[in-house]
Write a protein that binds this ligand. Structure first.
Ligand code: FES
Length: 383
């Protein structure tokens, strides 16, 4: 049945409402607050804390943690919020080029959010870490990036009990997690199995012992020493079984050799897939015959002709040439360095983590791409 509209001959009610509108508005305005309109809103402040962007930060202290690890503490110019286990990039000019590297945050989320302080703990290894180790001193100004990465506890993805497996400087995200659990900014159970060569190589041991309690436990495994109170050998299936709760997810952070060994141990325990997560390591040099290639780089409307080396990634080649290009994870995972391939042959290291659309439309991640011929690429500016 068709709907019948009721025709309204006189819009009396509308006329009456309209007549009252002006005095009503005047009344409302006179009742309103005389305080000036706020210039900032909580939602904007929260957004700024969650996504502070790249910021300058003063290095306020440098402390030795082991013979080859130091903790660098920065005073941030903008407080930030992050999840325990995430990383930031730390950058500085080195020899005329701006260089940055991702480091897991070792300080607690509370310190960054409420005190504007953030620490990273760095092992003396590689170009920038070695430079930091020798040169960085309090008072120096660095560039700190947004908190990034997915190496944190996620209640949807992970079981409530986490077994953390750490090796070498891979202890840093777990130190942050242990601190966060103690201060209450993270809520999960962590059993940390921490492998090192000797007791002297264990970083943060006193603090980890102090933080141990209901929700956090730590087990030390020494490969080159036998000592009472420590497990010896490598982080084996037997050791994991001995300390792990009945049901758990695994988070690992350490060198590739540790991952290769632990993968086999976990497989023998029937654990794999979504229950095992590893923090990606930065892509280093590849072991091939050195060969020089011409690399043409387009950044905005400028063109740079530089040299790339077959052993190094395209990102390293551009940084070496003094180009300011974007990077974060340096492991092919975050997509921040995402660049358009114009021509050339290449090899991707560490497994191809590009999105299907990137593969289809010819985008590469220079941080994990080695040149196999002369190449031409278009790169976003890192300024
Ligand atoms: S820097 Fe993360 S993908 Fe290249």
């Amino acid at each position: 049945m068709a709907y019948k509209f009721k025709r309204q001959v006189f819009g009396f009610m509308d006329l009456l409402r309209f007549k009252k509108m002006v005095p009503l508005r005047e009344k409302k305005l006179s009742e309103g607050s005389a305080a000036p309109i706020p210039k900032t809103y909580r939602v904007n402040q929260t957004a700024e804390i969650l996504h502070p962007g790249t910021q300058s930060a003063e290095l306020v202290s440098v402390e030795s943690v082991t013979a080859d690890m130091k903790t660098y503490t920065f005073k941030l110019s903008k407080n930030m919020m992050f999840r325990a286990g995430q990383y930031v990039t730390v950058g500085h000019a080195v020899g005329g080029s701006f260089v940055s590297r991702p480091y897991a945050i070792s300080s607690s989320p509370y310190a960054a959010l409420h005190e504007g302080k953030l620490s990273v703990t760095v092992k003396k290894a590689g170009f920038f870490s070695g430079w930091l180790y020798e040169n960085a001193k309090p008072g120096d100004i660095f560039v700190i990036g947004d908190p990034s990465g997915f190496f944190f506890y996620d209640g949807v993805r992970d079981r409530k009990n986490i077994v953390g497996i750490a090796g070498g400087s891979g202890i840093t995200p777990f130190v942050c997690m242990a601190r966060a659990i103690a201060e209450g900014s993270e809520d999960f159970d962590l059993t940390l199995i921490y492998g090192a060569r000797t007791q002297a190589d264990l970083a943060f041991k006193d603090e980890l012992d102090r933080l141990s309690g209901d929700k956090f436990r730590v087990v030390y495994v020494l490969s080159d020493e036998k000592k009472p109170g420590f497990e010896s050998g490598f982080v084996s299936a037997d050791i994991i079984k001995k300390y792990a709760p009945a049901s758990y997810s695994v988070m690992m952070c350490g060198p590739q050799a540790m991952y290769d060994f632990a993968d086999k141990q976990l497989a023998s325990l029937g654990l794999g897939g979504k229950y095992v997560r590893k923090e990606a390591n930065c892509i280093g040099d590849r072991d091939v015959k050195p060969q020089k290639y011409a690399l043409t780089v387009h950044i905005r409307d400028e063109v740079f002709n530089i040299t790339a080396n077959s052993r190094e990634t395209l990102l390293v080649a551009m940084e070496r040439a003094g180009l300011r290009v974007p990077s974060k994870c340096r492991a092919g995972g975050c997509g921040y360095c995402h660049s358009r391939l114009i021509s050339g042959k290449y090899t991707i290291a560490g497994g191809d983590k590009r999105r299907l659309a990137d593969v289809k439309f010819g985008y590469i991640h220079p941080c994990c791409t080695y040149p196999d011929s002369d190449m031409e690429i278009e790169v976003p500016s890192g300024e």
